[in-house]
Design a protein around this ligand. Structure first.
Ligand code: NAP
Ligand code: ZN
Ligand code: ZN
Length: 362
């Protein structure tokens, strides 16, 4: 049965799917969105991807999740209306919303385009304190959202909206480190974990000319790797699988969502190579402690990368528009969300579930 969360400052009733408590199944919940202010865009949501971060939040893996929680930060939709002072979009425009819906706009991080590190505190799309409404934000598993136009992305013409939704998180999270670490033709790149982020890393690194090796626990994903743009596949659970890869890679992109052995992966880097962590397993550091020798012998770097700012997200979308890069998706109805969570948890998704927001109306 659905109930309503209705702080006084809010005004538009919106069907959504929410978890009411940690690890509870998601179920219908009516939320209220704020009435669009002068700089706001009201977006009719068409599709929303299911990121593994949604699962971590619902499971309260990182602690501090506020319930009821409407997850979802891979949003694609159409502009339904805009405030009187919002000039960047018109009704009907194809737009996206990623992980960030507000920040202070004036601190050095915001000015540098790193809104995710806003010194006053970034407002994430869900489970983040909204300075306008003084409530916790609710995400994209819903039929509409209201966002200041500065945080709304323009979707290039010609991109399929279902495959574009995952670009809003998985796309920018993988594009940003590939650019930062200057992925280029001829680079030897390893992608660890072939899920939502992993398959986007393969597609984007391939579009930049790298030679890619996928390291996966799932032998049955091997048949997809050449289509996605990778040249080699290694089934990491098989004995001796990594032996031939020692010292091979310039860049390793680790997207694994569970704790695992980082020293074993560092050994696969060439000297002066970098391993960048994108996966954020439950227990913070997540994995085995790093031996100093894993870094020192070979002048290797271990790095992390957190989503990307608004300007870079637009750059990534425009790049994907030019190259025709979108995610591989399985489009689902609202009633399939809980099953999709189970399948994502066991790595059984090809390669992103995307919710058809029209099915949330019922
Ligand atoms: P996903 O679609 O579930 O993919 C994760 C992949 O990790 C799985 O498909 C699986 O690949 C591999 N994996 C899972 N459990 C494993 C285990 N025990 N040992 C080895 N490999 C395992 O998840 P996602 O949406 O891509 O997200 C991945 C991680 O990135 C999550 O922790 C998420 O929270 C985090 N994330 C971080 C950022 C950021 O800004 N850094 C942004 C978004 C998400 P195989 O089947 O190929 O082995
Ligand atoms: Zn995400
Ligand atoms: Zn700021």
């Amino acid at each position: 049965m659905s109930t309503t969360v209705s702080p006084l400052s809010m005004s538009m009733k919106t069907p959504a799917y929410a978890a009411r408590a940690a690890n509870a199944p998601l179920e219908p919940l009516e939320i209220e969105r704020r009435k669009p202010g002068p700089h706001d865009i009201e977006i009719e949501i068409l599709y929303c991807g299911i990121c593994h971060s949604d699962l971590h939040k619902v499971s309260d893996d990182w602690g501090g999740t506020h319930f009821p929680l409407v997850p979802g930060h891979e949003i694609v939709g159409r502009v339904a209306s805009h405030g009187a002072s919002a000039t960047r979009f018109r009704e009907g425009d194809s737009v996206g919303v990623g992980c960030i819906v507000d920040s202070c706009r004036v601190c050095p991080e915001c000015r540098a385009g790193h809104e995710m590190f806003c010194e006053k505190g970034v407002t994430f799309t869900f489970d983040s304190f909204d300075q306008t409404t003084k409530t916790w934000t609710q995400g994209g598993y819903s039929t509409k959202i209201v966002v200041d136009e500065r945080y709304v992305l323009r979707v290039p013409k010609g991109l399929d909206p279902t495959g574009t939704a995952p670009l809003m998180c998985a796309g920018i999270t993988t594009y940003s480190p590939l650019r930062h670490f200057e992925c280029k033709p001829g680079d030897q790149v390893a992608v660890v974990g072939l899920g939502g982020l992993g398959h986007m890393t393969v597609k984007l690194a391939a579009s930049m000319g790298a030679e890619i090796t996928v390291l996966s626990t799932s032998r049955d994903k091997e048949r997809d790797v050449s289509r996605l743009g990778a040249k080699h596949f290694v089934a990491t659970k098989e004995p001796g699988a990594l032996d031939a890869l020692q010292g091979r890679f310039n860049l390793i992109v680790d997207t694994v969502s569970a704790p695992h052995d980082l020293n074993q992966l560092m050994a696969l880097l060439h000297s002066y190579g970098t391993m960048v962590l994108l996966g954020l397993p439950p227990n913070a550091t997540g994995s085995t402690p790093i031996n100093a020798g894993s870094l020192i012998f070979g002048n290797k770097r271990l790095a992390g990368s957190n989503i990307g700012g608004i300007q870079e997200t637009q750059e990534m979308l425009d790049y994907c528009g030019e190259k025709g890069v979108v995610a591989d998706v399985e489009v689902i109805k609202a009633e399939q969300i809980n099953d999709a969570y189970k399948r994502t948890q066991r790595g059984d998704v090809r390669y992103r579930f995307v919710i058809d927001a029209g099915s949330l109306e019922a």
